[in-house]
Design a protein around this ligand. Structure first.
Ligand SMILES: Cc1cc2nc3c(=O)[nH]c(=O)nc-3n(C[C@H](O)[C@H](O)[C@H](O)COP(=O)(O)OP(=O)(O)OC[C@H]3O[C@@H](n4cnc5c(N)ncnc54)[C@H](O)[C@@H]3O)c2cc1C
Length: 323
Protein backbone atom coordinates (compact mmCIF):
# COMPACT_ATOMS: atom_id res chain seq x y z
CA UNK A 1 0.00 0.00 0.00
CA UNK A 2 1.27 3.50 -0.86
CA UNK A 3 2.17 5.71 2.16
CA UNK A 4 1.88 9.49 2.43
CA UNK A 5 3.33 11.50 5.30
CA UNK A 6 2.09 14.75 6.74
CA UNK A 7 2.21 16.71 9.98
CA UNK A 8 -1.56 17.05 10.31
CA UNK A 9 -4.25 14.95 8.68
CA UNK A 10 -7.79 16.26 8.76
CA UNK A 11 -10.55 13.79 7.93
CA UNK A 12 -13.69 15.50 6.70
CA UNK A 13 -13.92 18.90 4.99
CA UNK A 14 -17.05 20.33 6.59
CA UNK A 15 -16.98 23.66 8.40
CA UNK A 16 -14.99 22.10 11.25
CA UNK A 17 -12.53 20.50 8.80
CA UNK A 18 -12.07 23.68 6.76
CA UNK A 19 -11.41 25.73 9.89
CA UNK A 20 -9.00 23.08 11.19
CA UNK A 21 -7.18 22.83 7.84
CA UNK A 22 -6.74 26.58 7.42
CA UNK A 23 -5.64 27.03 11.02
CA UNK A 24 -3.18 24.18 10.77
CA UNK A 25 -1.62 25.46 7.52
CA UNK A 26 -1.53 29.06 8.76
CA UNK A 27 0.37 27.86 11.81
CA UNK A 28 3.00 26.31 9.56
CA UNK A 29 2.11 22.60 9.67
CA UNK A 30 2.11 20.44 6.54
CA UNK A 31 -1.55 19.59 6.34
CA UNK A 32 -3.61 17.13 4.32
CA UNK A 33 -7.39 17.39 4.16
CA UNK A 34 -9.37 14.36 2.92
CA UNK A 35 -13.03 14.67 2.04
CA UNK A 36 -15.39 12.01 0.69
CA UNK A 37 -17.29 14.47 -1.55
CA UNK A 38 -15.88 16.27 -4.59
CA UNK A 39 -15.87 19.57 -2.70
CA UNK A 40 -15.63 20.81 0.85
CA UNK A 41 -18.23 22.63 2.93
CA UNK A 42 -19.93 19.74 4.74
CA UNK A 43 -23.53 20.47 5.58
CA UNK A 44 -23.54 23.65 3.47
CA UNK A 45 -22.57 21.86 0.26
CA UNK A 46 -22.96 18.09 0.77
CA UNK A 47 -26.43 18.52 2.22
CA UNK A 48 -27.25 21.92 0.74
CA UNK A 49 -28.36 23.39 4.06
CA UNK A 50 -27.03 26.88 3.45
CA UNK A 51 -26.82 28.75 6.68
CA UNK A 52 -24.48 29.36 9.58
CA UNK A 53 -25.91 28.97 13.01
CA UNK A 54 -24.65 29.39 16.53
CA UNK A 55 -22.29 32.28 15.84
CA UNK A 56 -24.11 34.91 17.85
CA UNK A 57 -25.32 35.61 21.33
CA UNK A 58 -29.02 35.65 20.51
CA UNK A 59 -30.28 38.31 22.96
CA UNK A 60 -27.73 40.92 21.83
CA UNK A 61 -27.07 39.69 18.28
CA UNK A 62 -23.31 40.08 18.96
CA UNK A 63 -20.90 37.71 17.17
CA UNK A 64 -19.36 35.36 19.72
CA UNK A 65 -17.84 32.95 17.20
CA UNK A 66 -15.56 34.95 14.92
CA UNK A 67 -12.34 33.59 13.42
CA UNK A 68 -12.67 31.55 10.25
CA UNK A 69 -16.49 31.48 10.43
CA UNK A 70 -16.64 35.27 10.19
CA UNK A 71 -13.84 35.29 7.60
CA UNK A 72 -15.95 32.97 5.40
CA UNK A 73 -19.00 35.21 5.79
CA UNK A 74 -16.88 38.23 4.85
CA UNK A 75 -15.36 36.52 1.81
CA UNK A 76 -18.85 35.52 0.67
CA UNK A 77 -19.81 39.21 0.85
CA UNK A 78 -22.42 38.52 3.55
CA UNK A 79 -20.65 40.28 6.43
CA UNK A 80 -18.70 43.48 5.94
CA UNK A 81 -15.20 43.66 7.48
CA UNK A 82 -15.66 44.79 11.06
CA UNK A 83 -19.19 43.37 11.37
CA UNK A 84 -19.84 42.99 15.08
CA UNK A 85 -23.43 41.85 15.21
CA UNK A 86 -26.15 40.17 13.18
CA UNK A 87 -27.58 43.68 12.67
CA UNK A 88 -24.56 44.51 10.48
CA UNK A 89 -25.66 41.85 7.94
CA UNK A 90 -28.20 42.28 5.11
CA UNK A 91 -31.61 41.66 6.77
CA UNK A 92 -32.76 39.44 3.88
CA UNK A 93 -29.95 36.99 4.71
CA UNK A 94 -30.70 36.74 8.40
CA UNK A 95 -33.30 34.83 10.39
CA UNK A 96 -33.14 36.57 13.74
CA UNK A 97 -35.33 34.05 15.54
CA UNK A 98 -32.78 31.29 14.90
CA UNK A 99 -29.77 33.61 14.81
CA UNK A 100 -28.96 32.18 11.36
CA UNK A 101 -27.13 33.73 8.40
CA UNK A 102 -28.11 32.44 4.96
CA UNK A 103 -25.49 31.66 2.35
CA UNK A 104 -27.35 32.59 -0.81
CA UNK A 105 -25.29 30.48 -3.18
CA UNK A 106 -23.97 27.05 -2.25
CA UNK A 107 -21.85 26.84 -5.42
CA UNK A 108 -20.10 30.06 -4.37
CA UNK A 109 -19.23 28.40 -1.06
CA UNK A 110 -17.60 25.47 -2.88
CA UNK A 111 -15.44 27.82 -4.95
CA UNK A 112 -14.55 29.94 -1.94
CA UNK A 113 -13.30 26.94 0.05
CA UNK A 114 -11.37 25.66 -3.00
CA UNK A 115 -9.73 29.10 -3.33
CA UNK A 116 -8.81 29.27 0.34
CA UNK A 117 -7.26 25.82 0.20
CA UNK A 118 -5.28 26.71 -2.93
CA UNK A 119 -4.08 29.98 -1.37
CA UNK A 120 -2.31 27.86 1.26
CA UNK A 121 -0.96 25.27 -1.15
CA UNK A 122 2.61 25.49 0.14
CA UNK A 123 1.35 23.89 3.36
CA UNK A 124 -2.14 22.57 2.64
CA UNK A 125 -3.16 19.79 0.22
CA UNK A 126 -6.60 18.38 -0.33
CA UNK A 127 -7.83 15.05 -1.64
CA UNK A 128 -11.47 15.09 -2.61
CA UNK A 129 -13.34 11.89 -3.46
CA UNK A 130 -11.34 10.27 -0.67
CA UNK A 131 -12.86 8.41 2.25
CA UNK A 132 -11.04 7.71 5.48
CA UNK A 133 -11.91 4.08 6.08
CA UNK A 134 -9.61 2.60 8.74
CA UNK A 135 -6.93 3.50 11.26
CA UNK A 136 -3.70 2.10 12.67
CA UNK A 137 -3.28 2.70 16.38
CA UNK A 138 0.17 2.51 17.99
CA UNK A 139 0.85 3.18 21.66
CA UNK A 140 -2.52 4.74 22.23
CA UNK A 141 -2.44 7.18 19.33
CA UNK A 142 -3.61 7.15 15.73
CA UNK A 143 -0.41 6.53 13.79
CA UNK A 144 -1.98 6.26 10.33
CA UNK A 145 -5.33 6.52 8.60
CA UNK A 146 -6.20 4.44 5.57
CA UNK A 147 -7.96 6.39 2.85
CA UNK A 148 -9.79 4.94 -0.15
CA UNK A 149 -10.03 6.73 -3.47
CA UNK A 150 -9.38 6.16 -7.17
CA UNK A 151 -5.72 5.39 -6.36
CA UNK A 152 -6.92 2.46 -4.27
CA UNK A 153 -5.96 2.34 -0.60
CA UNK A 154 -3.33 4.72 0.82
CA UNK A 155 -1.84 4.88 4.33
CA UNK A 156 -1.49 8.42 5.60
CA UNK A 157 0.97 8.75 8.47
CA UNK A 158 0.41 11.91 10.47
CA UNK A 159 1.80 13.40 13.64
CA UNK A 160 -1.68 14.62 14.45
CA UNK A 161 -5.04 13.40 13.13
CA UNK A 162 -8.11 15.57 13.50
CA UNK A 163 -11.48 13.85 13.19
CA UNK A 164 -13.89 16.21 11.45
CA UNK A 165 -16.08 13.49 9.92
CA UNK A 166 -19.09 14.66 11.92
CA UNK A 167 -19.62 11.03 12.92
CA UNK A 168 -16.47 10.50 14.97
CA UNK A 169 -15.43 7.82 12.45
CA UNK A 170 -11.71 8.02 13.20
CA UNK A 171 -12.15 8.22 16.95
CA UNK A 172 -14.54 5.26 16.92
CA UNK A 173 -12.29 3.05 14.77
CA UNK A 174 -9.36 3.97 17.01
CA UNK A 175 -11.27 2.68 20.03
CA UNK A 176 -12.18 6.01 21.58
CA UNK A 177 -15.44 5.77 23.54
CA UNK A 178 -18.45 7.47 21.99
CA UNK A 179 -22.05 7.95 23.04
CA UNK A 180 -25.24 8.35 21.02
CA UNK A 181 -28.70 9.72 21.69
CA UNK A 182 -31.54 7.27 22.02
CA UNK A 183 -33.40 7.66 19.78
CA UNK A 184 -31.12 9.37 17.29
CA UNK A 185 -32.43 12.57 15.76
CA UNK A 186 -33.92 11.91 12.30
CA UNK A 187 -32.25 12.71 8.96
CA UNK A 188 -33.50 15.33 6.50
CA UNK A 189 -33.10 15.50 2.73
CA UNK A 190 -33.29 19.12 1.68
CA UNK A 191 -34.66 20.05 -1.74
CA UNK A 192 -35.55 23.05 -3.84
CA UNK A 193 -38.57 23.82 -5.98
CA UNK A 194 -38.51 26.41 -8.76
CA UNK A 195 -41.13 28.65 -10.33
CA UNK A 196 -43.22 28.98 -7.18
CA UNK A 197 -45.45 32.05 -6.98
CA UNK A 198 -46.29 32.21 -3.28
CA UNK A 199 -49.66 33.67 -2.31
CA UNK A 200 -51.19 34.35 1.10
CA UNK A 201 -52.46 30.81 1.62
CA UNK A 202 -49.38 28.96 0.29
CA UNK A 203 -47.67 28.20 3.62
CA UNK A 204 -50.85 27.26 5.47
CA UNK A 205 -52.04 25.03 2.62
CA UNK A 206 -48.63 23.39 2.26
CA UNK A 207 -48.87 22.26 5.88
CA UNK A 208 -52.53 21.17 5.62
CA UNK A 209 -51.77 19.06 2.56
CA UNK A 210 -48.88 17.30 4.34
CA UNK A 211 -51.04 16.54 7.37
CA UNK A 212 -53.64 14.95 5.06
CA UNK A 213 -51.01 13.00 3.12
CA UNK A 214 -49.64 11.71 6.43
CA UNK A 215 -53.09 10.77 7.76
CA UNK A 216 -53.99 9.04 4.50
CA UNK A 217 -50.71 7.04 4.47
CA UNK A 218 -48.96 8.73 1.51
CA UNK A 219 -46.24 10.28 3.70
CA UNK A 220 -44.85 8.45 6.73
CA UNK A 221 -43.12 11.40 8.41
CA UNK A 222 -42.71 15.09 7.80
CA UNK A 223 -41.62 18.28 9.57
CA UNK A 224 -42.98 21.83 9.46
CA UNK A 225 -42.75 22.37 6.57
CA UNK A 226 -40.10 25.07 6.35
CA UNK A 227 -40.62 26.94 3.07
CA UNK A 228 -37.78 29.39 2.62
CA UNK A 229 -37.42 31.90 -0.21
CA UNK A 230 -33.92 33.11 0.68
CA UNK A 231 -32.30 32.63 -2.76
CA UNK A 232 -34.86 33.96 -5.20
CA UNK A 233 -38.45 35.14 -4.98
CA UNK A 234 -39.71 32.13 -6.91
CA UNK A 235 -37.35 29.47 -5.55
CA UNK A 236 -38.55 27.54 -2.56
CA UNK A 237 -36.02 25.84 -0.33
CA UNK A 238 -37.80 23.04 1.50
CA UNK A 239 -37.06 21.68 4.94
CA UNK A 240 -39.75 19.03 5.40
CA UNK A 241 -38.52 15.42 5.26
CA UNK A 242 -37.84 13.41 8.40
CA UNK A 243 -36.23 9.97 8.14
CA UNK A 244 -35.33 8.04 11.30
CA UNK A 245 -32.09 6.11 10.68
CA UNK A 246 -28.61 5.37 11.99
CA UNK A 247 -26.21 6.99 9.53
CA UNK A 248 -23.25 5.02 10.92
CA UNK A 249 -24.86 1.84 9.60
CA UNK A 250 -24.25 1.62 5.84
CA UNK A 251 -27.46 -0.28 5.04
CA UNK A 252 -29.60 2.02 7.17
CA UNK A 253 -27.94 5.12 5.70
CA UNK A 254 -28.71 3.82 2.19
CA UNK A 255 -32.33 3.11 3.13
CA UNK A 256 -32.60 6.67 4.50
CA UNK A 257 -31.32 8.23 1.24
CA UNK A 258 -33.90 6.25 -0.74
CA UNK A 259 -36.71 7.09 1.69
CA UNK A 260 -35.69 10.79 1.78
CA UNK A 261 -35.85 11.03 -2.02
CA UNK A 262 -39.21 9.24 -2.10
CA UNK A 263 -40.64 11.55 0.57
CA UNK A 264 -39.29 14.72 -1.09
CA UNK A 265 -40.96 13.77 -4.37
CA UNK A 266 -44.19 12.83 -2.56
CA UNK A 267 -44.22 16.27 -0.90
CA UNK A 268 -43.51 18.04 -4.20
CA UNK A 269 -46.26 16.10 -6.02
CA UNK A 270 -48.80 16.85 -3.28
CA UNK A 271 -48.03 20.57 -3.39
CA UNK A 272 -47.97 20.84 -7.15
CA UNK A 273 -51.39 19.21 -7.36
CA UNK A 274 -53.05 20.98 -4.44
CA UNK A 275 -51.29 24.12 -3.16
CA UNK A 276 -51.85 27.56 -4.68
CA UNK A 277 -48.55 28.98 -5.88
CA UNK A 278 -47.08 25.58 -6.84
CA UNK A 279 -49.18 25.01 -10.00
CA UNK A 280 -46.32 25.58 -12.46
CA UNK A 281 -43.47 24.64 -10.20
CA UNK A 282 -40.71 22.16 -10.93
CA UNK A 283 -38.38 20.10 -8.78
CA UNK A 284 -34.90 21.62 -9.09
CA UNK A 285 -32.64 19.40 -7.00
CA UNK A 286 -32.10 17.75 -3.67
CA UNK A 287 -28.88 17.97 -1.66
CA UNK A 288 -26.12 15.58 -2.76
CA UNK A 289 -26.47 13.71 0.57
CA UNK A 290 -29.30 13.38 3.07
CA UNK A 291 -28.48 15.52 6.13
CA UNK A 292 -27.36 13.71 9.27
CA UNK A 293 -27.95 15.49 12.58
CA UNK A 294 -26.91 12.97 15.12
CA UNK A 295 -24.66 9.91 15.31
CA UNK A 296 -21.69 9.36 17.63
CA UNK A 297 -20.38 11.87 20.09
CA UNK A 298 -16.78 11.47 21.21
CA UNK A 299 -16.27 11.07 24.96
CA UNK A 300 -13.11 13.15 25.05
CA UNK A 301 -10.77 14.08 27.85
CA UNK A 302 -13.19 16.88 28.52
CA UNK A 303 -16.91 16.68 27.82
CA UNK A 304 -19.05 19.78 27.44
CA UNK A 305 -21.79 19.83 30.08
CA UNK A 306 -24.99 21.75 30.57
CA UNK A 307 -23.27 23.50 33.46
CA UNK A 308 -20.45 24.64 31.11
CA UNK A 309 -23.08 26.25 28.92
CA UNK A 310 -25.00 27.81 31.77
CA UNK A 311 -21.84 29.19 33.38
CA UNK A 312 -20.15 30.03 30.03
CA UNK A 313 -17.08 28.16 31.26
CA UNK A 314 -13.75 29.15 29.70
CA UNK A 315 -10.79 26.81 29.21
CA UNK A 316 -7.15 27.88 28.86
CA UNK A 317 -6.56 25.34 26.07
CA UNK A 318 -9.70 26.19 24.09
CA UNK A 319 -9.43 25.98 20.28
CA UNK A 320 -12.93 27.20 19.46
CA UNK A 321 -15.81 29.10 20.94
CA UNK A 322 -19.47 28.19 20.76
CA UNK A 323 -22.71 29.75 21.83
C1 LIG B 1 -30.97 18.80 8.61
C2 LIG B 1 -30.03 19.38 9.61
C3 LIG B 1 -30.41 20.46 10.37
C4 LIG B 1 -29.51 21.02 11.28
N1 LIG B 1 -29.91 22.12 11.95
C5 LIG B 1 -29.04 22.74 12.76
C6 LIG B 1 -29.40 23.96 13.40
O1 LIG B 1 -30.50 24.48 13.22
N2 LIG B 1 -28.48 24.55 14.20
C7 LIG B 1 -27.25 24.01 14.41
O2 LIG B 1 -26.42 24.60 15.10
N3 LIG B 1 -26.90 22.85 13.82
C8 LIG B 1 -27.77 22.22 13.01
N4 LIG B 1 -27.39 21.05 12.41
C9 LIG B 1 -26.09 20.46 12.77
C10 LIG B 1 -24.92 21.09 12.04
O3 LIG B 1 -25.20 21.13 10.68
C11 LIG B 1 -23.67 20.29 12.32
O4 LIG B 1 -23.43 20.29 13.69
C12 LIG B 1 -22.44 20.84 11.59
O5 LIG B 1 -22.63 20.82 10.20
C13 LIG B 1 -21.23 20.02 11.94
O6 LIG B 1 -20.12 20.48 11.16
P1 LIG B 1 -18.92 19.52 10.87
O7 LIG B 1 -17.95 20.25 10.01
O8 LIG B 1 -18.47 18.95 12.16
O9 LIG B 1 -19.57 18.29 10.10
P2 LIG B 1 -20.23 18.21 8.65
O10 LIG B 1 -20.75 19.52 8.20
O11 LIG B 1 -21.18 17.07 8.72
O12 LIG B 1 -18.99 17.80 7.74
C14 LIG B 1 -18.40 16.52 7.80
C15 LIG B 1 -17.65 16.31 6.50
O13 LIG B 1 -16.90 15.11 6.59
C16 LIG B 1 -17.06 14.34 5.42
N5 LIG B 1 -16.86 12.95 5.83
C17 LIG B 1 -17.65 12.22 6.64
N6 LIG B 1 -17.10 11.01 6.86
C18 LIG B 1 -15.94 11.00 6.18
C19 LIG B 1 -14.91 10.02 6.03
N7 LIG B 1 -14.97 8.85 6.67
N8 LIG B 1 -13.86 10.33 5.25
C20 LIG B 1 -13.78 11.52 4.60
N9 LIG B 1 -14.73 12.47 4.71
C21 LIG B 1 -15.78 12.22 5.50
C22 LIG B 1 -18.45 14.67 4.93
O14 LIG B 1 -18.60 14.44 3.55
C23 LIG B 1 -18.57 16.15 5.30
O15 LIG B 1 -18.12 17.00 4.28
C24 LIG B 1 -28.25 20.45 11.48
C25 LIG B 1 -27.87 19.35 10.73
C26 LIG B 1 -28.75 18.81 9.80
C27 LIG B 1 -28.31 17.65 8.97
Amino acid sequence: MKTLQTDVLICGGGCAGIAAALSSARNGARTLLVERAGFSGGIITTVGLPYFDGLIDKPSGRFVVKGIALELLQKLGIAKPGAKSIDDLPPELVTKYWGSMWIPNVEHFKVLTDDLILQHKDKLSVLYHSVACDVEVKEGRVAAVIIANKDGLTRVEAKQVIDCTGDGDIAHWAGCPTISSKPLMPLTLHFRIGNVVPVKETKEMAKKVLIEAHQEGRLVNFYGPGLIFAFAKDECYVHATRVPADATNAADFTRAEIQGRKDAWAIFNEWKAKVPGFENSYYITSGPYIGVRDTRRIVGLNVLTLEDLQKTTRHDDAVATGC
